[in-house]
Design a protein around this ligand. Structure first.
Ligand code: UDP
Length: 243
C-alpha cells in the first residue's frame, strides 16, 4: 500500500462546512460525513490537527457592522468555534477516533487549554486534536489560527477544506464564467492579486513560515484522503515558489 505524502496535517474546516445547505447551524449528518473523512486519514497513521471556524453560527465582523463592539463580537465568534469543535469531537468519538479539544480561551469544564507541547504529544499518540476558540484574540480569523498552529506544531501542510468551491479561481466561478482554476500558486500571488483564499494575515504567516496550503472541496467523499495521498486535486499554494 502506498504511504501518505504528509505525516502531520492541519485541517481547516470552515463553520459553513458543518452547516450543510442551510449555511447556518450545525448539521449532524454533515459533520458525520466530515468525521468519516477525518477517520480515513487518521487510520492511515497521519497525525491530524483540526482548526474549526464558526461562521455558521456567528461572525464578529457582522456583529460589529450591526453596531456591536468589535472585540465583543469577535469573542462571540470564538465561542461559536467551540460549539462546532465539540460537535466534531462527538462525531469522531462516536466513530471510534480518540480526540482532544484544546481551546485558546480557558473553559476547563469542556476542553483542555491550548498547550503546544501537549498538543504535539496527543498527535504523536495518534489522537486527533481539535483547536477551538481561534487564536484567542479578537481581530483574527480561524484561517490565521490554522496558519499559526501549523507553524507551532510543525505541520507539513494546511488542508483547507471548502464546501462551496473546489480550488482557487481567478474570479468567483459562480459569478464569472471566464474564471479559471489554478493548480498552483504562491502566497505572494494570493496577496498581490487579492485572491479569496484566506485573509492577508493568514496568507502572510504561511508565506513567511513557508507552510504550503491545499484548497480543495470536501463535498466529494474521500477527498481528504486523496489530498493526503498526494493526488493533485484542488489548488496548492506554496510557501515559496518552486519548493
Ligand atoms: N475569531 C476571532 N479570533 C480568532 C478566530 C476567530 O475573533 O482568532 C472570531 C471572528 O469574529 C470570526 C469568528 O470568530 O468571525 C468565526 O471564525 P471565522 O470567521 O474564521 O470562521 P469560518 O469563516 O472559518 O467559519
Amino acid at each position: 500500500m502506498s504511504t501518505p505524502k504528509y505525516k502531520r496535517v492541519v485541517l481547516k474546516l470552515s463553520g459553513e462546512a458543518l452547516a450543510g445547505e442551510a449555511g447556518f447551524g450545525i448539521n449532524p449528518p454533515i459533520i458525520h460525513s466530515v468525521a468519516n473523512q477525518v477517520k480515513e486519514i487518521a487510520e492511515l497513521g497521519v497525525e491530524v490537527a483540526v482548526v474549526v471556524g464558526g461562521g455558521n453560527i456567528w461572525r464578529g465582523k457582522i456583529g460589529s457592522e450591526m453596531g456591536m463592539d468589535r472585540a465583543t463580537a469577535d469573542y462571540m465568534g470564538m465561542l461559536a468555534t467551540v460549539m462546532n469543535s465539540l460537535a466534531l469531537q462527538d462525531s469522531l468519538e462516536q466513530n471510534g477516533i480518540e480526540t482532544r479539544v484544546q481551546t485558546s480561551i480557558d473553559m476547563r469544564q469542556i476542553a483542555e487549554p491550548y498547550i503546544r507541547r501537549r498538543a504535539i504529544r496527543h498527535l504523536e499518540k495518534k489522537r486527533v486534536v481539535i483547536f477551538a476558540a481561534g487564536t484567542g484574540n479578537p481581530y483574527f480569523s480561524t484561517d490565521t489560527t490554522a496558519a499559526l498552529r501549523a507553524a507551532e506544531i510543525e505541520a507539513d501542510v494546511i488542508l483547507m477544506a471548502k464546501n462551496n468551491v473546489d480550488g482557487v479561481y481567478s474570479a468567483d466561478p459562480k459569478l464569472d464564467e471566464t474564471a479559471v482554476k489554478y493548480d498552483e500558486l504562491s502566497f505572494l500571488d494570493v496577496i498581490k492579486d487579492g485572491l479569496a483564499v484566506m485573509d492577508s494575515t493568514a496568507s502572510s504567516l504561511c508565506m513567511d513560515n513557508n507552510i504550503p496550503l491545499i484548497v480543495f472541496s470536501i463535498m466529494e467523499e474521500g477527498n481528504i484522503k486523496r489530498v493526503v495521498m498526494g493526488e493533485s486535486i484542488g489548488t496548492i499554494v506554496r510557501g515559496k515558489k518552486n519548493d
